[in-house]
Design a protein around this ligand. Structure first.
Ligand SMILES: C[S@@+](CC[C@H](N)C(=O)[O-])C[C@H]1O[C@@H](n2cnc3c(N)ncnc32)[C@H](O)[C@@H]1O
Length: 437
């Protein structure tokens, strides 16, 4: 069926509408990946869902001028990238318009102009996680919309050192019997590519794991001198989180960003785009000053550390024990407080602005996982009445929901910036600044 593409939508697909000639389906929404706004395409319906049809493109009859050739041989099959067929400037336009529409759909009033910040669009990832497959031994991502494994020999959105590590591990994997040791490997490099950490994820069924970890690590280091440390994470039960059970070499690396050398350990969170860490930190922290700042999903302290320069006191809250260890080290020698707790537990213990002895913070930075803040946190936060809230988000839907709640309870949305932390993919990061009315 021929379809004219209307616009890009969140998730990597574009939206079209079934034409009048299709009885019973006319006007129904069609989601089609690997197409661009304005294009005329020949499409095949893959699945008729209740509110939309999922389709696959069979041919592009009238290509967009903004279409380009994908750089990666796995593009289309691999579940990782969605936008390699669009020139990079168009990727940015699509993402900012998706963000704007998501905010409009949530009925947010007075949405400011959305600007975008971007860096290099290839070789930006400092962290990748791959599955293992035996006979022949290969490293794999997952196929698009499937649990099937897709063997890969390169990943052009990964830092060159990580691509080198893919080659080394692929060549050595069979002789090291890696597939009997673990199911997945995560590679993490510092931005300068001088050091590399590997995390092996296992279900714990193999024997002599610490001894094998050492032998494997030493063998790999011969071909990868940047390898500074490895860790073995074992999940004891199906739904248990994997925990670090053995390590070799160094447990952490020093990540230079935002004028500081951050300690980032095996298992700790760090922003994945090595070209945009400074810009993201500046957007969240630069030009803000005062007496007290809270950083409520602090990770290893990327924003907290920067805030210590312009606030008398910073309180950093982080739930993960791994990241909290690094957070303590990265805020050492400062008069600030680190709290290992969930944001909700922390906020429940704070006094609302209406309490006599309350001292509301001048700034609260929130950078939650995809699920966002949710109503309990937005309501506690509004009751505390910080002067300014900076919301760093990796999901436009949960962001819109939370911003709506905050705007309803006395805040104005001053600026919103799309930061393209994930070029070639549909993922989009944003930084919103709210001030109290
Ligand atoms: C998107 S990361 C941001 C980290 C940090 N702001 C940065 O830029 O590096 C979210 C962080 O929140 C932590 N986290 C997840 N759920 C949490 C919760 N309920 N309360 C506090 N921290 C949480 C995660 O461990 C992770 O370090």
């Amino acid at each position: 069926m021929k379809l004219r593409i209307d616009k890009a939508i969140y998730g990597g697909s574009s939206l079209a509408r079934v034409g009048d000639t299709e009885a019973g389906l006319a006007g129904k929404a069609v989601f089609i990946p690997f197409t661009l706004p304005g294009e005329l395409v020949e499409a095949r319906f893959a699945e008729d869902k209740r509110s939309f049809i999922q389709a696959e493109v069979e041919g592009v009859l009238e290509p967009s001028l903004l279409r380009t050739t994908a750089a990666c041989p796995y593009f289309g099959e691999c579940g990782g990238c969605n936008y390699q067929h669009a020139v990079y400037a168009h990727q940015l336009e699509m993402k900012t318009s998706i963000l704007r529409e998501t905010l409009e759909r949530a009925r947010l009033p007075n949405i400011p102009t959305i600007y975008s910040v971007s860096g290099k669009s290839w070789h930006y990832r400092n962290r990748i996680r791959l599955h293992l497959q035996a006979n022949p031994f290969q490293l794999c991502y997952r196929e698009r919309r499937s649990h099937q494994l897709l063997p890969i020999a390169q990943c052009p959105i990964a830092a060159p050192l990580l691509e080198k590590a893919i080659t080394v591990v692929t060549e050595a994997g069979a002789s090291l019997k890696l597939e009997s040791f673990c199911e997945e490997i995560e590679f993490f490099t510092a931005s300068d590519e001088y050091s590399l950490l590997l995390s092996f994820y296992s279900n714990g069924s193999a024997r002599d794991l610490p001894a094998r970890l050492r032998a494997i690590s030493e063998a790999l280091q011969k071909h990868l001198p940047q390898l500074k440390g490895t860790g073995l994470f074992v999940a004891r039960g199906r739904h248990q989180p994997a925990s670090l059970t053995a390590n070799w070499g160094e447990r952490s690396l020093t990540y230079n960003a935002a004028d500081f050398g951050y300690q980032v350990s095996l298992g700790s969170f760090f922003q994945v785009n090595r070209f945009l860490v400074d810009a993201l930190t500046d957007l969240a922290t630069l030009g803000r000053k005062g007496r007290l700042a809270w950083d409520l999903y602090a990770g290893v302290g990327l924003f907290s550390r920067a805030l210590t320069h312009s606030f008398e006191r910073v309180i950093a809250v982080e739930a993960s024990p791994n990241s909290a260890v690094d957070l303590r080290r990265n805020l050492e020698n400062t008069s600030n407080r680190i709290i290992q707790a969930t944001t909700l537990d922390f906020l429940r213990k704070q006094k609302p602005a209406s309490a006599k002895s309350s001292t509301p913070p001048d700034l609260v930075v929130v950078d939650p996982p995809r699920a966002g803040l949710g109503s309990a946190i937005t309501s506690l936060l509004s009751g505390i009445e910080p002067t300014c809230i900076v919301y760093v988000s990796c999901d436009p839907s949960t962001l819109s929901r939370d911003l709506f709640a905050l705007l309803q309870s006395g805040y104005d949305l001053r600026t919103i910036t799309m930061v393209d932390m994930f070029p070639q993919t549909f993922h989009l990061e944003s930084v919103s600044v709210l001030t109290r009315r």
